[in-house]
Ligand binder design. Sequence first.
Ligand code: NDP
Length: 294
Amino acid sequence: MLKVAFLGLGSIGRPMARRIKEAGFPLAVWNRTPDHVATFAKDLGVQLSKTPGDAIKDTDIVAICLSTSADVEQVLDAGVIGSIKAGAVVLDLTSGDPATSKRIAAKVAAKKVGFIDAPVSGGVKGAEAGTLTVMCGGDAKDLERAKPVIAAFGQKVVHCGPVGAGDAVKAMNQALLALTIWGTGEALVALSKLGVSPSVALEVINASSGRSNASMNLFPERVLTRAFPRTFRLALMDKDARIAAQIARDERVPAPLTQLVADLCTLARRELGEDADHVEAVRVIERWAGQDIR
Ligand code: NDP
């Protein structure tokens, strides 16, 4: 059985770590702020490691899920890389940026350690159910080694290309998510102001060509109910959309919509704060219009 370390028990890290443990892999866990995860670790019956170095000792797969690639690089640079055993694979589940992932992969390769960027999609619910989509970049051999662990939480696993390819696909997916949230928000605020019930409007849109995951799931479950649960921070969607815009610029692809939605995410993040959920971005449109989606 592969021995696994899991670093970063945030909103989505926790259910992924739980599924790895429940699949029977010997698991060591670490989180920067132990207080955030003390109850989780107790419930799961795992000991929290004091340092990332303690958690990764003798492990075959080092799974990491932090906010950004810069955070991952910082943790690995703080004396961790040298302690990962040769032949192990770093499985970076963070929605990261390709340039930093390539730099990290080169650093760990020097210690004969593999690296896979493996961001996920499907949200906290998907992580709990083990139905995440996992988009991977890196060497096929390293991916094969990590696959049994990925299978604990992922349903669709796609090898997208070399290191950074998983990050790139994820960033573009997130820009599309942000675009559909923003666009659906504008449509429903305008329709509400006009006097059309948003649930009636969604009934039509979801049987028509304007539908999306936002219209079919996020708006009915989170906006119409005014529940706005906090599962994926707007700050992280802003980070993802910025990565997408940067990729387009690096590749010299004119991408005004991607840039615009990245700027809108940054603006909404400033207005709503670091803890707001991504779907709460529609609150900004509601404020501008003086009309809630009701
Ligand atoms: P959270 O904000 O809930 O958690 C972030 C985690 O990263 C925490 O464990 C935090 O530790 C840790 N962390 C942040 N910065 C550092 C640092 N410099 N050093 C060490 N640890 C650090 O984020 P999520 O769990 O929601 O997201 C994690 C990643 O997964 C992100 O890249 C996100 O974009 C992606 N993702 C999230 C989804 C979701 O639905 N939530 C869906 C798909 C992808 P601490 O507890 O100490 O703050």
